[in-house]
Design a protein around this ligand. Sequence first.
Ligand code: HEC
Ligand code: HEC
Length: 348
Amino acid sequence: MMKKDQLHFLFYVLLTVLAIALIALIMLPTYETPAPPTEDIVSRKTTNFTRAQASAILPIPQEEPLSSKAQLGEKLFYDPRLSGDGTVSCATCHDLARAGADGRKLGVGVGGALGAYNTPTTFNSVFNFRQFWDGRAADLVEQITGPLTNVAEMASSWAIAVHRVSEDSDYKEAFKREYGGEISEKTIANAIMLFESSLLSPNSPFDRFLNGDADAISSEAKEGYRHFVDYGCISCHQGINIGGNFFQRFGVMGNYFSDRGNTTPADLGRYNITKQEKDRYIFKVPSLRNVAVTAPYFHDGSVDSLDQVIEIMARYQLGRELPEKERRHLVAFLESLTGEYRGERLKP
Ligand code: HEC
Ligand code: HEC
């Protein structure tokens, strides 16, 4: 027979589990429907979340050897023949030697055409709950048609891509081996998606710190991490990608865009897709992995320095002005998030 105390204890454990399940259930819909942020997001920063939320950042897993399908995808990722005029490949903008981005303010495509958005890195994009700044693609497969057909990117079509791939005898052989000879939108997108899914950047100093190496990051970075948790950056930037798992408004505590001026259609965020007022200025919270080597920042590449980004985030997302020293610590923390690809530290 159990003692009364033990029964009480069990009862409270059960109650806690139920409460957590209930909270999870209430929070779950924010992953599906982009609910506009409320004061709630901000008030969370004052709660003592340190332990629970510290585990809200998970390390990036180690890379796996490429499957033969992913190797085919790698070749396609680097192949400019997929573009309309044969000059631009995925890797033109997502240069893996430049941390999977291009270092430019806005993407530049076929014939020098200027895009409307800053190029995000393809590293770890497999962990994003949706793709693109405004989340309009559900996954990496749906995403590919975007750049392929965008006139400011590859200015091509699936018909062109399928035709060019079919003309190449090496590709023909590879598709025979991997996909029973089917060369189509479906198989090309599948191979590229498998390659993209392999683009992980493990072993960042911060991940090594999470894995128990207390000396992997500087004391400044540790201070910065503490601010990141205490001030509530982590209420938005969290999970394995330290972002990338839900939508939030850019400008929770004030109208960033009207304060800044010079607005563009891209600033409307998800409103462009849903045409609903509540989605104005709503964006996918971006991943902060490798952020120190993927400047410039924001969906429009409008800010060059992390210090300034942090100032804007603190002011417009959290309603705080941070002293220079704390911003410096936060920069040190963000710098500790730079990972490795094929054994080499990513660089800008
Ligand atoms: C001209 C430059 C350019 C080319 C070429 C290009 N991209 Fe992109 N890519 C971008 C830009 C800019 C965005 C952001 C666009 C947006 O959010 O609307 C983006 C977004 C993405 C994303 C979403 C990442 C995220 O975090 O949301 C992925 C994945 C991606 N591209 C993969 C590819 C693949 C695969 C190809 C080749 C088929 C490709 N890109 C070709 C510039 C480019
Ligand atoms: C309410 C949610 C929210 C909070 C809190 C928040 N952010 Fe952000 N963060 C965003 C969104 C949304 C964006 C994308 C803005 C855009 O470009 O449209 C962003 C962008 C960023 C970027 C730029 C990423 C890139 O690749 O361009 C950095 C860096 C960043 N945040 C750091 C922080 C830091 C540090 C804090 C705490 C001081 C913080 N954020 C607090 C939602 C949030």
